[in-house]
Design a protein around this ligand. Structure first.
Ligand code: ATP
Length: 463
């Protein structure tokens, strides 16, 4: 593999932002709220407000662009959350989608036995149960992470269905449908974005681990003999996606799963990890699922799930490479990586240095004063811009306060309309990161900013 460090590269500097700071900004600026807040909140469940929705939509749009629009070998799918219950027998989830759970008899809390270091236990049980004198942990029990519910009015076993814990199975059960209509042959992939649900034992760290979340998954079908090569290729492609969108390379690393960590379906998995404020943690998993899923569904459904190669006159069951990324977790990584503070003219400035294509709002048009035709002219400019991309018009309060607000939501460009605009048609264009201000004609602003949005971008935190 070229260009990617397989071994951890320790970041040259420690995490410079705390999770609390990110949470506070998300709340202050209406990105993300606690779910059901007026009732005291529902644990580890979150709602997205205006800027959060736009940011998450942009994350998903960039994913679709990279994995479907800009490739010839991918098609899209949107499968239902509820699936025939046999799906989960075939996939092995009913039996094997479990985490080991332990209870602490002292503090009465419950933990994942394999993630004790993440525990919220005040007495902090050691990674080796029993070592810590104050903690009295039970033996691990396997706990199935699937949420179950009942379809229709009768609550019996025949009506039991599950909220999908991954979107992947919707892809596997549609393999035949897609093959029939997509005119693709291996290597080719199916991409899907959708909600998934896991009854996590210890959710937490804000939107990092929740029980309801969105996944962006690819199942990429290849010949068995090509699977290792494609696994490597997808690790490179997916690493590049994160860095192209501005994540600093020294805050990303690849980590190979040990044999005891592998999921029940996986023959090899590598995680892309990000240096979150709580330390290196999984951002995206890239698994080689072998032919496990298609073979199992063929066995359980009685359908042939294989590809018939006309040229060679032979049928084979493709192997699958699966890059799987949580949209919410990805958004958190972008927020953490973008969060910055600096002192400007004696005042602290908080700024989200987001890639312009991810920024919820691309440009804010601000009349310098609320008189002399400036608000009207500013509004005209704003209406031209918003036809091309999300823009805001803000005429309230001091210019400094308005800029601070835009900096905190990561708006890359600020446009002020002043007395000179009314004379010569130029506006001031302010860059969020360099704070440079230049005068440019208002007429070609949309063109100019549209071109900037298409340019490659590097985090200013790098230099
Ligand atoms: P972990 O070991 O941390 O529980 P996992 O290996 O079970 O994670 P995968 O099944 O590989 O996770 O899930 C693929 C991706 O989906 C993860 O890399 C992450 O981005 C996202 N994801 C998984 N579980 C959650 C969750 N509970 N909340 C938010 N995102 C999640």
């Amino acid at each position: 593999m070229t260009g990617i460090a397989e071994q951890p590269t320790e970041a040259s500097h420690p995490p410079e932002v705390t999770l609390d700071e990110v949470v506070a900004l998300c709340k202050r600026r209406g990105f993300i709220f606690q779910s059901s807040e007026i009732y005291g909140g529902l644990a580890s469940t979150y709602d997205y407000g205006h800027y959060g929705v736009q940011l998450k939509n942009n994350v998903k749009a960039e994913w679709w662009r990279a994995v479907v629009q800009e490739r010839d070998d991918m098609v899209a799918l949107d499968a239902a959350i509820l699936m025939h219950p046999r799906t989960w027998e075939a996939s092995g989830h009913l039996e094997g989608f479990t985490d080991p759970m332990v209870d602490c008899r002292t503090c009465k809390l419950r933990f994942r036995a394999d993630k004790l270091e993440d525990s919220a236990c005040g007495r902090k049980p050691s990674v080796h149960p029993g070592e810590h004198s104050e903690c009295d942990l039970t033996e691990p029990r396997q706990f199935n992470l699937m949420f179950e519910t009942f379809m229709g009015p009768v609550r019996d076993d025949a009506a039991r269905v599950y909220l999908r814990p991954e979107t992947a199975q919707g892809i596997f059960v549609n393999f035949k449908n897609v093959l029939q209509f997509a005119r693709k042959k291996p290597p080719f992939g199916i991409a899907q974005v959708g909600k998934a649900f896991r009854n996590e034992i210890t959710p937490g760290n804000f939107i990092f681990r929740t029980r309801e979340f969105e996944m962006m998954e690819i199942e990429y079908f290849v010949r068995g003999e090509d699977a290792d090569r494609w696994h490597q290729q997808w690790m490179e492609d997916r690493m590049r996606w994160h860095t192209d969108l501005g994540i600093r390379p020294d805050h990303l690393r690849l980590r190979k799963h040990g044999p005891d960590e592998l999921s029940h379906y996986s023959s090899a998995t590598s995680d892309i990890e990000y240096l979150f404020p709580m330390g290196w943690s999984e951002l995206e998993g890239i698994a080689n699922r072998g032919d496990y899923d298609l073979s199992r569904h063929a066995e359980f459904s009685g359908e042939k799930l294989e590809y018939y190669d006309q040229d060679k006159g032979e049928a084979f069951v493709p192997h699958v490479i699966e890059p799987s990324l949580g949209a919410d977790r990805s958004l958190l990584a972008f927020l953490v990586d973008a969060y910055d503070t600096e002192e400007v003219e004696g005042r602290k400035r908080t700024v989200l240095r987001l890639h312009p294509r991810l920024a919820p709002v691309k440009a804010a048009v601000l009349p310098l004063v609320s008189k002399a035709g400036m608000p009207e002219r500013a509004r005209e400019i704003y209406e031209q811009l918003r036809a091309r991309f999300p823009a805001e018009f803000d005429e309230g309060g001091s210019i400094g306060r308005r800029y601070r607000r835009q900096d905190e939501i990561g708006t890359p460009w600020g446009i002020t309309v002043d007395g000179q605009t009314m004379e010569d048609g130029t506006v001031t264009l302010r860059d969020r990161d360099s704070l440079e201000q230049v005068r440019v004609p208002a007429d070609d602003l949309a063109e100019r900013l549209g071109a900037k949005l298409a340019e490659p971008w590097l985090s200013p935190k790098l230099g």
